[in-house]
Design a protein around this ligand. Structure first.
Ligand code: NAD
Length: 352
């Protein structure tokens, strides 16, 4: 079985030091081998070299890609490349977009597989550039919206696909969080659970509701709520309270995930049978955070080898990134519904 060479850009938490880092997941995968890392901070290069026993460390990621010719690049910088905490743009016209720029460079350099941390861009314009580069070179991409790669969420998607809740009518996400850092996960997960239907229109509010967008950019990643109208008639909402739970309501039942998929309730409407049904045992799989990252990277390899689209392929990732940024555009226009594709492609939302 062939193994593929992985190079990582950004050797911080998601690149190297977290249990579920790309370095750690690549080690855990049967199909991948980490061969190099690029990082602008010298101490982090040294720590990566020591932790993983890898000599090929670079300050310049472009030089790394040119010299190492990796099969897979993990883009694990912050979204703009600013060091953490870095949770505010340094100026109103700051437009850096590190995830997107590195992804475009890697695709254009001929790297066939990309893992790009979420969100893949700070504007739809830059998401377009990633889409175009991946289409042009046939690059296979997944991004860090990891519930899409979780066995637990897969079970819920399969339950919905089987028709156990009848025809899905609506999805709700409960929780308060920022738009690009967290709502991108929620929108992606809702889309995934519903089978990734086309999104027709989006509306939403940034919080506080009197927040003004000046100069077509946001210097901080705002709190938000969203509404999505899918082309198939299903609607989705986020409600800014509660513990990050996902609920899908159908004509015959409801399924709700809690504690990040560790618990699920499922009930049929108009019957007491099986209510509430708590899944246990094999229907309720143990899953460590690194498992989902391994599954995300292995999905890239399988997609590359088989030619099927990756689970978080660039078309779906671009669509959801656009929907997420469109929440800010809706807010800018007073909370109105905005049809996709949205016109204001340069609207910039800073995030970490
Ligand atoms: N999907 C998830 O569940 C998950 C979890 C954690 C972090 N993240 C995301 O991962 C990204 C990274 O977060 P983190 O916590 O690992 O940040 P971090 O600050 O720990 O690491 C980022 C590293 O990238 C380096 N860097 C920046 N620009 C660079 C460049 N041009 N070349 C080389 N290195 C560069 C920085 O010096 C830093 O060491 C963020 O976008 C964050 O939202 C996602």
């Amino acid at each position: 079985m062939k193994t593929y060479r992985v190079a990582i850009v950004g050797l911080g938490r998601m690149g190297s030091t977290l249990d579920q880092s790309i370095a750690s997941a690549s080690r855990a995968s049967q199909r991948l081998e980490v061969v190099a890392g690029a990082e602008t901070i010298p101490e982090r290069r040294a720590a990566f070299r020591e932790k993983w026993g890898i000599e090929a460390v670079y300050e310049d990621y472009q030089e790394m890609i040119e010299k190492e010719k990796p099969d897979l690049v993990g883009v694990c910088t912050t979204a703009t490349g600013l060091p953490k905490p870095g949770n505010r743009a340094p100026s109103p016209n700051f437009r850096d977009d590190s995830h997107a720029d590195i992804a475009v460079h890697a695709a254009n350099a001929g790297v066939p597989m990309l893992f790009v941390e979420k969100a893949i861009s700070c504007s739809v314009r830059k998401a377009d550039a990633v889409l175009e580069a991946c289409r042009k070179h046939g690059t296979v991409l997944n991004t860090g919206v990891l519930r899409r790669f979780s066995r637990r969420y897969k079970m819920i998607r399969e339950l919905i696909e089987r028709g156990d809740i009848g025809e899905p009518q609506a999805a709700v996400v409960y929780g308060a969080a920022s738009l690009m850092h967290v709502h991108i996960h929620w929108m992606d997960t809702v889309s995934y659970l519903l089978g990734d239907p086309q999104i027709a229109a989006v509306r939403g509010d940034l919080l506080p509701r009197d927040l003004k967008i000046v100069g077509n950019g946001l210097e901080v990643d705002p709190q938000a709520t969203f509404q999505i109208a899918f082309a198939n008639g299903i609607e989705a909402w986020s409600v800014p309270v509660g513990g990050r739970e996902y609920e899908v309501v159908g004509t015959e039942g409801t399924v709700r995930s809690m504690r990040d998929g560790a618990a699920v309730t499922f009930r049929k409407t108009n019957t007491t049978e099986g209510w509430p049904l708590q899944w246990e045992g094999e229907l309720f799989p143990e899953e460590s955070p690194v498992d989902t990252v391994v599954s995300c990277l292995d999905d890239l390899v399988d997609s590359y080898e088989s030619g099927r689209p990756s689970l978080g392929n660039i078309e779906v990732t671009h669509h959801i990134t656009e929907a997420c940024i469109t929440v800010a555009e809706s807010h800018r226009q007073g909370g109105t519904w905005i049809q996709l594709p949205m016109a204001n492609r340069d609207l910039y939302v800073f995030h970490v």
